[in-house]
Design a protein around this ligand. Sequence first.
Ligand SMILES: CC(C)(COP(=O)(O)OP(=O)(O)OC[C@H]1O[C@@H](n2cnc3c(N)ncnc32)[C@H](O)[C@@H]1OP(=O)(O)O)[C@@H](O)C(=O)NCCC(=O)NCCS
Length: 271
Amino acid sequence: MGVYDQDRSWDALHRGACHLWHFRTASISDPILIKRGIEFLSADELARHARYLVPDAARSFLAARILVRSVLSLYAPISPSAWRFEPNRWGRPYIANPDAPPGLLFNLSHKPGLITCLVGCGRDLGVDVEDASANRPYLREIAQRFFSATEVARLVELPEAQHVRRFFELWTLKESYIKARGIGLSLGLSKFSFSVEEDPSPTCATVTFDHDFEDDAETWDFRLFRPDDRHLIATSVRRCPTPLIIETTGAEELVFHSLTAPDGANPPGIF
Ligand SMILES: CC(C)(COP(=O)(O)OP(=O)(O)OC[C@H]1O[C@@H](n2cnc3c(N)ncnc32)[C@H](O)[C@@H]1OP(=O)(O)O)[C@@H](O)C(=O)NCCC(=O)NCCS
C-alpha cells in the first residue's frame, strides 16, 4: 500500500493517531533532488547547513529538514518550503506558522542512516532513534552515569547476550521521554526508571517516577520499534481519551514527491 492510500491526514491525528515516519538518508543522493531540497530551507537552516564540514552530516541535516517539511505538508495546505519553526529555550523546535492547524506537533530524531519524525495533535510526544547494532565500549559506565539505580540493577542481572539490547532500549526510551517533555536534560535522567516488557520481542514499556518527580506515569504510552536490523526507535506519547494508534511508514515516496512537485503542491488525494 502506498503512502497516499493510507489515512495520513489531519483528521486521523485528530481522532487520536500518531504517525511515525522514517526515512533512509541514503535514498536522497541525486544532486538535482539535493539542490531542490536546499531550496526548501529557511535562511537559518541554510546557515546551519553551510556550517557542516562533514558531507555525511550535512546530508543528514538536509534530509531531516526535507523530511519534516514534506511530512507536515500532508497535514495542512502549507507547502514544504513555507513551514517556519521556532525553538523553545531548551532548543526544541515548534511550528511557528500562524495558519498551521492548532495543536499540530512533531518531534525529530536522526542517527547515521535513518531519520524519524513523529507527528501528533495536541499531546506531548517525543521520539528517539539509535543505531543499536553494535556493541560499543563503555556501555556499563554510561549506564552507571545516566540510568537510575533501579535500571542499572536490572541491567546487570541480565545475561550478557541481552545486555546490549536492553541498554539501547532503556537509552532510547529515556531520550524519547525527555524529548516529549521538551525541557532537555534539566529533567534529571536518574529520577525515572523504565521497565521493558519481556518476550517475545519487547515493544512496550512502563515507567516509574521518583516520589519527588512531577509527572504521572499512568498518562504515558511508551513503545519500541525496529524499522530494520540496525536501528531502534522509541516513542513517548501522552495518552488522551481515545486509544492511541501509532502507525509507522517509510517516507521515501513522500519525500520524492515533494522534491519533484512544483512548490506549493501537496501530495495528491490529501487536499
Ligand atoms: C537535545 C537532545 C534532544 C538531543 O538529542 P540527540 O539524541 O542528540 O539527538 P536526536 O537526533 O534524537 O534529536 C535531535 C532533534 O530533537 C529536537 N530537539 C532539540 N532539542 C530538543 C528538546 N529539548 N526536546 C525535544 N526535542 C528537541 C530537534 O528537532 C533536533 O534535531 P535538529 O537539531 O536537527 O532540529 C537532548 O535529548 C540531549 O541533549 N540529549 C543528550 C544525550 C543524553 O545524555 N542522553 C541520555 C539518555 S539516557
